[in-house]
Ligand binder design. Structure first.
Ligand code: ATP
Length: 343
């Protein structure tokens, strides 16, 4: 539906976007994910028409989108701050865009009622924004964005102002809503868990470049490079040389790694998920527990193995039966690691 090809944008010396290409499919929930400054907001603003690329093309249903002024694009942007009018009621806030387009009054009333039901705000139409909770204000902003029935809804860090519990609720809500209204959503976030829980597909950006585009599970299981492996899910990253028997790490020995005949003899970085690291088995390495952090459902244990520059992180279910200072075995199976090109 949306095709972005070789889009670049510079601000002075900063390459905010550098030859970015990606496709967004009709009806999907797409996330732009990356650390602060990676260019995701710039890309969103280009889609909305508030920013123009220096080069490259953007099409919507095959037609040039860049030639269309912002206010005539079938695209709506929901801001981080929600930008509700404080002196207007919920219903007025939602109706505002339709009134400006001179939609007949009766139709406005019907569409506002319908969208109030969709976002779960029935009965709150006469309230002012300050009489609502953060989550409710968020729903008003959403209602206002979808009432105009855009083809594309852009959301800039939509949940960042909400506390953790409301945030989790709104994540579910956003997904349900997107499904129900069938509008294509593009969300910008720096929070990998949020991107994973919301999106059908995610583009990971760093320094203005696309690093990987994938569905959440393959992105998590098979990061394409070191940046993605480090950014998504705090992998253990271990440098070594690939051999027939495993990854040879100086002063440590041979570590389990996936069989990769093509990589034998090459320097590489092994990425291993903390939840794949087993503690207390009988094979593998020995280390000393440096830190134990209890998160409720899981516990993260940091184990220092002599010769490795960083402690290995292991995530275990529930509470861990270890304390700082324990000597403990650490292990994982080779097939659970991912080999990435060495630096
Ligand atoms: P954040 O999550 O912090 O909003 P981001 O990934 O959305 O970051 P952008 O806002 O797209 O990043 O910015 C990308 C880069 O371009 C940054 O280095 C930023 O400082 C720079 N930049 C963005 N807009 C402008 C501007 N109008 N003038 C100058 N530099 C800009």
């Amino acid at each position: 539906m949306v095709s972005i090809e070789s889009v670049s944008r510079r601000f002075g010396e900063v390459r905010a976007l550098d030859q970015v290409s990606l496709e967004i499919r009709q009806g999907e929930f797409f996330a732009l994910l990356g650390p602060s400054g990676c260019g995701k907001t710039t890309l969103l603003r280009i889609l909305a028409g508030f920013e123009h690329p220096d080069s490259g093309s953007v099409t919507l249903d095959g037609a040039d989108l860049l030639a269309v002024p912002a206010h005539r694009r079938p695209v709506n942007l929901m801001f981080q701050s929600y930008a509700l009018f404080p002196h207007m009621s919920v219903a007025k806030n939602i109706a505002y865009g339709l009134e400006r387009e001179r939609v007949p009054k009766r139709e406005i009333r019907e569409r506002v009622d319908e969208v109030l039901t969709t976002v779960g705000l029935t009965g709150l139409d006469r309230r002012r924004p300050h009489q609502l909770s953060g989550g409710q204000r968020q729903r008003v902003a959403l209602a206002r964005a979808i009432v105009k029935r855009p083809r594309l809804l852009l959301l800039d860090e939509p949940l960042s102002a909400l506390d953790k519990k409301v945030r989790a609720e709104m994540q579910l809500e956003l997904k349900r809503l997107q499904h129900e209204v069938g509008i294509t959503f593009v969300v910008v976030t720096h929070d990998q868990e949020e991107a994973m829980s919301l999106a059908d597909r995610i583009a990971v950006l760093s320094e203005g470049r696309v690093r990987q585009i994938d569905a959440p599970v393959p992105l998590y299981e098979r990061p394409a490079d070191l940046f993605v492996a480090d950014f998504i899910g705090a992998n253990n990253l271990i440098d070594g040389v690939v051999t027939v028997d495993g990854l040879r790490v100086p002063e440590v020995g041979l570590l389990p790694c996936p069989a990769s005949p093509a990589a034998i003899g090459r320097a590489a970085t092994l990425a291993v998920r903390p939840e794949r690291v087993r503690l207390g088995g009988d094979g593998g390495l020995t280390g000393v527990v440096r830190d134990v952090t209890f998160f409720g459902g899981t516990t993260r244990v940091a184990v220092q193995v002599a010769g490795l520059d960083r402690p290995l992180l292991a995530t275990v279910a529930g509470a861990a039966a270890v304390v700082v200072g324990d000597r403990i075995r650490v292990d994982w199976s080779g097939a659970d690691g991912v080999l990435l090109d060495g630096s």
